[in-house]
Design a protein around this ligand. Structure first.
Ligand code: DHB
Ligand code: MG
Length: 224
């Protein structure tokens, strides 16, 4: 019983009920993920809360997100940066960006979020070209094959002190498949190797179980 996915879900629900207030705007954003190209891939409520806590703990004012989808995590981030803060979020699909903008309006944070539509790598390169002010926290949660490109762009768009979170790095243990033909696994393994080799970055990865099954995230601190 204690190893079943049903128990993982029930435990998530218990802690979410105890500690994580998901208001109507967040609940609506979660439901609307069904209207996106990737239903139900938004973060769980307790993971959204973790992002918000990190923003608060480091006092992040400028947040960058790779992968908007319906804007569920974007709402958590945008609320956490507060009125003076901003979130820039990159979304490839026009349809998803439209869903996200409605959700951000409903949540009352549309004025502090910029949704940039297009391939995230191109959008990030454009931010680098125009000399965007450095971001304090970056959440990488877009197409997994491009994780390495997103990390490299992140290093151009941040300064020492920045916090970087990378979602979905475990995927039911698929990460162990060294010679995997799956470009998503390759995307995780190459970004891990880059982090390990870059002495500007200090990092750890935690596995998670819960409403989203068995997965995990990497948390990195830019030191230099
Ligand atoms: C997938 C992507 C995500 O960001 C996620 O949280 C879960 C699944 C996917 O590509 O299937
Ligand atoms: Mg994800």
């Amino acid at each position: 019983m204690y190893e079943s996915e049903q128990v993982w879900r029930d435990v998530d629900r218990y802690f979410v009920d105890m500690l994580v207030a998901e208001d109507r705007a967040l609940a609506a954003a979660r439901r609307s993920s069904a209207e996106t190209t990737m239903p139900q891939t938004e973060v769980a409520a307790n993971q959204g809360k973790l992002l918000a806590l990190l923003v608060g703990m480091v006092g992040a004012r400028r947040v960058l997100e790779f992968g908007t989808l319906a804007g569920y995590s974007t709402i958590w981030l945008a609320r956490a940066v507060g009125r003076g803060g901003t979130v820039t979020t990159l979304e490839r699909e026009v349809q998803n960006a439209a869903v996200a903008r409605r959700n951000l309006e409903r949540a009352g944070v549309a004025d502090r979020v910029e949704v940039i539509v297009g391939p995230a790598q191109e959008s990030a390169e454009q931010l680098i070209r125009v000399g965007a002010d450095p971001f304090d926290l970056v959440f990488i949660d877009a197409d997994k094959p491009n994780n390495l490109a997103y990390l490299r762009a992140t290093m151009e768009l941040t300064r020492p002190g920045a916090v970087i979170v990378i979602d979905n790095v475990v995927r039911n243990g698929a990460v162990l498949a060294e010679d995997s033909a799956d470009p998503r696994v390759h995307g995780v393994r190459t970004v891990m190797a880059e982090i390990a080799a870059d002495d500007r970055l200090d990092a750890t990865t935690l596995q998670t179980v819960g409403l989203k099954g068995w997965d995990g995230f990497t948390l990195a601190h830019r030191l230099g």
